[in-house]
Design a protein around this ligand. Structure first.
Ligand SMILES: Nc1nc2c(ncn2[C@H]2C[C@H](O)[C@@H](COP(=O)(O)OP(=O)(O)OP(=O)(O)O)O2)c(=O)[nH]1
Ligand SMILES: Nc1ncnc2c1ncn2[C@@H]1O[C@H](COP(=O)(O)OP(=O)(O)O)[C@@H](O)[C@H]1O
Ligand SMILES: [Mg+2]
Length: 158
C-alpha cells in the first residue's frame, strides 16, 4: 500500500513557551501523538536565539505593519524552538492545530487549538506555522540551511 505523500512545514514554538520546559515537552508530545489529527514526524529541531536583524529578515513581509516592532521585540526576547514537521498536508494540519493568529479569537472560534490554550496576546501568540509550500521552503532553509527542501520533496515523490 502506497504511503500518503508527506509535506514539510516550519513550526516555531515562540519565546513565551520556551520559558517553561514542561510546556515544551507537553507540546512536543501533542505534536507527535499518533492519532488521525496530529502524528507529525519531527525532521529537525533546534533552539534559536535571534538578534534584531534575524527577526526583521524573517518577518520582512510585515515591515511597516503597526505590530512589526513589537513582533521583533517579542521574537528576540529569549530563546525559541524551530521545528521541521512532516506529515500528509503538514502545512494545513499544523495551522489547524495551532489555530487562528489571534488567541482571543481562537478561544472563541477554535477552542483546544494550541494558540487558544497557550497564546497570550495577538503578538505573543506562541506559535508560528508556514502558510504555503513556497513559504515553507524559504522558512525551513532560513533556520536549517543544510536541509535541501527540494531534494527532500523529490525523494518523497519516488
Ligand atoms: N489596526 C491597529 N490595531 C492595533 C493598533 N494597536 C494595537 N492594535 C491591535 C493589536 C492587537 O491585535 C490588539 C491588542 O493590542 P495589544 O497591544 O493589547 O496586543 P498585542 O498582541 O500587540 O500585545 P503585546 O504587544 O503582546 O503586549 O489591538 C493599531 O495602532 N492599529
Ligand atoms: N493584529 C496583530 N496584532 C499584533 N500582532 C500581530 C497581529 N497580526 C499578526 N501579528 C503577529 O505577527 C505574526 C505574523 O502574522 P501573520 O503571518 O499574519 O499570522 P500567522 O502567524 O498566524 O501566520 C503573528 O503570529 C503575530 O505574532
Ligand atoms: Mg503568517
Amino acid at each position: 500500500m502506497l504511503l500518503p505523500r508527506r509535506q514539510l512545514t516550519l513550526a516555531l514554538l515562540k519565546p513565551d513557551l520556551c520559558a517553561n520546559p514542561n510546556t515544551i515537552s507537553k507540546i512536543i508530545s501533542r505534536i507527535t501523538a499518533t492519532n488521525q489529527h496530529n502524528n507529525f514526524e519531527i525532521i529537525r529541531q533546534r533552539e534559536i536565539l535571534w538578534r534584531q536583524q534575524d527577526a526583521e529578515a524573517f518577518y520582512a513581509e510585515h515591515r511597516g505593519r503597526f505590530f512589526f516592532e513589537r513582533l521583533c521585540g517579542y521574537m528576540t526576547s529569549g530563546p525559541f524552538m524551530a521545528l521541521v514537521l512532516a506529515r500528509q498536508d503538514a502545512i494545513k494540519e499544523w495551522r489547524a492545530l495551532i489555530g487562528p493568529t489571534h488567541p482571543w479569537r481562537a478561544r472563541i472560534n477554535a477552542p483546544n487549538t494550541l494558540r487558544s490554550l497557550y497564546g497570550l496576546t495577538d503578538t505573543r501568540n506562541s506559535f508560528h506555522g508556514s502558510d504555503s509550500d513556497e513559504t515553507a521552503k524559504r522558512e525551513i532553509e532560513f533556520f536549517f540551511p543544510e536541509l535541501d527542501v527540494d531534494a527532500w520533496r523529490r525523494q518523497e515523490e519516488k
